[in-house]
Each structure stands twice: as C-alpha cells, then as structure tokens.
Design a protein. Structure first.
Length: 503
C-alpha cells in the first residue's frame, strides 16, 4: 500500500522499487539501491539472463567501441579485461559476475516481460502487468535501453527470400556461412564488426551501403598478463587510464557540441585511414563520407576498410529494388545471388520504454504525453508520471562517452530523489511542468548548434528535425546536473488518502 515511508526491520527505507531491464542500467540500479538500504527491489528481464544488449547481440566480432576501463562500473573495476576493447562474451560475463558479487541476482526475474505499467492515483503505486502476472511497487525505474528492438529495412519481397535471413541482433548461430554467398545490408556499427569476422568464411560477400559513415582507428590490442597483473596490484593505474579515456572523449564531445574546430583532426584521421587502406579510387570515393564527421555515429575500426578490398568482398552502392527468393534485385534490373541475408540495419529508435505501455496520473499514456517526440527532464523524469525515472532516456545519448557513466549518474539521481521522499515523508515525487519545459527549451537551443544538426540523415534526428537522442553538453555536465535535486524542480505530495482529507 502507498503511504508515508517508514523504516524496515533493518533500519533502511521501505520504499518498494520495480526496475524494468537487467542490462547495465538495471544492474546499476539494483546494486546502488541495495547499497543505499533499499531491500524491496525487483528487476524484470524479458531475456533468459542478465546483460541486456550484450546478451542479445552475439554476432561474430561483437565488441565494445568504448575502452574497457571506461566501459565498466566505477564501483566494480575489472583489472582482468583481455583487450583494450572488450568482446561481447567477456562483457556479458562481467555483468553477471557483478550481479552475483553484489548479491542482486536473487532480485532479478528473468524470462518475464513487463507489458504495461499503470500509476494508481488512489494508492500512490505503480501496477505492472507482466507475463508472469501483476506486480505493484512504489517506484518505477525503466532501464530498457535506447536501442533494443531490431529494425528491418522497408524493402519489398523480404518475406520471399528462400534462404536464412536474420538481423545481427538475432544472429542465427545454427546457420553455417562457410562457402555461402552472403548479402549484408547496412554499413553501420554492427556491420563494421560482423563483416570482417565472417569474410574469411564465406565464398562471396556483398555489402550493401546506403551512405558511408566516418570511422577512426580503433587501435585495439590485447592486454598482456603482465599488464593485467599491474592493474590488479596497482588500481591507481587503471583509474588513471579511465580518467585519460574520459578526458579524450570529453574533447570529442566538446567538438561535436560547441567547438566544431576540434573535429578537424578527427576528420583528417578518418580520411587518412581510408587512403591508407584503399588504393582503388572508385572504392575510396564510395566509402568517403560527404557529411560532417560526428553528424552520424562515429565508428571505431581497424579492419573495415582492409576487408572491403578482399577478393571475395564487394561494396554495393546501387539502390535495391526488391528481395527475390535467391537474390537481391537492383533497380537497374540486375540480380545479385545470395544464399543468406544479414540485416545490419540498426534498431527502432525513440521508443525508450518499448514495447511497454506506460500510463501515468489521470490515465494519460507516455506515448500521448510525448506525442511522437520523447522528452524528459534531465532525460529521466516526465510530468504527470510520479515516482517514475527513465535510465538512459531521451537525450542521454552522445557522439562520445560511456553509457555506463550515464547510467550510474542517472541511478544516483534516482536515489537522491528517493531521499527527498524519505526526508519529507511524501508518497510521490514528480517533476514540475515548468522545470521540464525550461529544461526542454534549454536543451533544444543547445542542440541547434551541435554537429548532429548540420544536415546529414541519421537515426538521431527524425524527419521533422527533432532530436530526442543526443545530450548537447559535456558528460561531466550531466553528472554534475544529476548529482543533486534542484530546488523547485520536483513537487512532492503526501499520500493520496491524506491529500483527500486536506482537500
């Protein structure tokens, strides 16, 4: 039941919390809430295990594009990473190990999907509809991730293809690619990892590109046993490396948000990488972007361009007309045979809580509140949705930086907000409409001067020019702004039954 908070039997806060998603965000929430004394925490995960995107994306070559020492929880440094950029399986193992060591595995309900969440005004509680039945909690935290629902291209005839066809996020490990003619549609972040990994196996590989993206060298390498022992024995070395990585990424963020002149060295590095790997002038021209660097997601790779020069690989830039049972048919009428189709076409964007329906105070849905353009105060709170916080919500993405840094800062903000509930013996906390609108105006004004609004076509910006994805300032500014509850930003209310009496 909702009501004024009270201490539990062990002296901690008794507020119950439901967390949707057990990726890095959900695990961070569970761990930090536990450390803050919250014992009634339930995490729902629709997958069969924790890990989120690192559990689902198991395509060949899958790895992080943020250096390992920054792509980890600050409270759980791992001195034993095998590489500068950790591979998928190792990251997945790390998430599971942290959940186990921190004692939160028993709070996670796997194979349970949250289909909807509704705020009960009378009882000041969230009621969740899950695949395993109903669940109630005082506080709702969504940690669904920004990119979790695979997107297929709108190409006629997709269903007619006779061979295996799958998205990189749903990789068919039961399908052998050896000796096959494989068509990969897309040249984004998953393609630049998967294509080099499968190239040695296949007979022929067609890579279909709509438009090229900028890359810079990844400069990945394996950590020696000696280096790992040093990180383990002297933790300050790993912290120093983490700080150096963060400083470099903040420099990139500064270039993308307000100091565009800083992008010139990155642009030169990207051109040099192309010229150093590709001698064919026609191929070189095809992979050289014409938009500003950073306008679309900047990709890190050491293998992409050399792979495109291999004898069994062809980059196809002509437009596709349709998919036929045994080939990809081009608009000029030519046909390119294919045994297997792989879609490296990204994810449905701007969902943030998809596919869950969220209903706030007064019966208004989150989809209605957003009206097609998601927004949230600090990317986390929406008016008329009390006691609800979004982790990695609208406008908390960026051209550089670590999602885990953002998630940790977000969880700290949630705990600070819950602390206000406890101190003021309130039942609900809700961002004010004024604070939300003031922040949104500030955000849109800042976004207008960023690299993401220089005219390229990307998933960041919709067809109407709205950008519900990017954070237009430094990430250190995000941590600073989320570290405390700004006076007047949130309204706190007594339990509904008391409020009725006062009215």
């Amino acid at each position: 039941m909702g009501g004024a908070p009270h201490a539990n039997g062990r002296g901690g806060p008794s507020r119950s919390v439901a967390v949707v998603g057990a990726g890095f965000g959900g695990i961070a929430a569970a761990v930090k809430l536990r450390r803050a004394g919250y014992r009634d925490v339930t995490v729902f995960e629709r997958g069969e295990r924790v890990g989120g995107t690192w559990n689902h994306n198991t395509y060949p070559g899958a790895a992080c594009d943020v250096p390992s020492h920054l792509y980890e929880f600050s409270f759980a440094p791992n001195p034993r990473w095998s590489r500068r950029y950790a591979p998928q399986a190792e990251i997945q193992q790390y998430v599971e190990d942290v959940a186990r060591r921190e004692g939160v595995l028993d709070r996670i309900r796997t194979n349970v999907e949250v289909e909807g969440a509704r705020w009960d005004d009378e009882r000041d509680r969230w009621v969740l509809d899950t695949s395993a039945g109903s669940h109630e909690a005082d506080v709702l935290i969504t940690a669904c991730g920004q990119l979790s629902v695979p997107k297929l291209p709108a190409i006629p005839g997709l269903d007619s293809f006779a061979g295996p066809a799958f998205h990189t996020a749903q990789w068919r490990h039961d399908v052998s690619l050896e000796g096959k003619r494989v068509a990969v549609i897309g040249t984004g972040c998953s393609a630049i990892q998967a294509v080099p990994a499968i190239q040695p196996l296949v007979e022929h590989l067609d890579v279909y590109q709509r438009s090229p993206g900028w890359t810079i060298p990844k400069m990945d390498f394996a950590y020696s046993q000696r280096a790992r022992r040093l990180f383990e024995r002297f933790p300050a070395l790993q912290r120093l490396d983490r700080m150096a990585i963060f400083a470099f990424m903040e420099l990139g963020a500064l270039g993308m948000t307000s100091q565009s002149w800083l992008l010139a060295p990155f642009r030169a590095l990207g051109r040099r990488q192309i010229e150093g790997a590709i001698a064919d002038p026609r191929l070189r021209a095809a992979v050289t972007p014409t938009d500003e660097i950073g306008c679309k997601r900047l990709m890190l790779t050491d293998e992409w361009y050399p792979t495109l020069t291999r004898p069994n690989v062809e980059l196809v830039t002509d437009p596709i007309a349709e998919i036929a049972p045994t080939c990809v048919r081009m608009q000029d009428g030519s046909e390119r045979p294919a045994d297997v189709l792989v879609f490296a076409t990204g994810f449905k964007t701007h969902g943030f809580v998809a596919p869950m329906e969220v209903v706030g105070a007064g019966g208004r849905t989150l989809a209605e509140e957003w009206a097609g353009v998601p927004y949230a105060y600090l990317g986390m709170s929406v008016p008329e949705f009390p006691n609800m916080f979004l982790l990695y919500g609208p406008n908390t993405n960026g051209g550089t930086g670590s999602a885990i840094y953002v998630l940790e800062a977000g969880v700290d903000h949630v705990i600070a907000a819950l602390g206000e509930l406890e101190r003021q013996h309130a039942a609900r906390i809700e961002v004010t409409r004024r604070a939300s609108e003031d922040f949104d105006r500030e955000l849109r004004a800042a976004l207008a001067h960023t690299v993401w609004h220089t005219g390229c076509t990307s998933w960041y910006v919709d067809e109407n020019g709205n950008d519900p994805n990017q954070w237009p300032w430094l990430w250190s500014a995000f941590r600073r702004r989320t570290a405390r509850i700004q006076p007047g930003a949130y309204a706190l209310s007594p339990p509904a039954r008391i409020a009725h009496v006062l009215d």
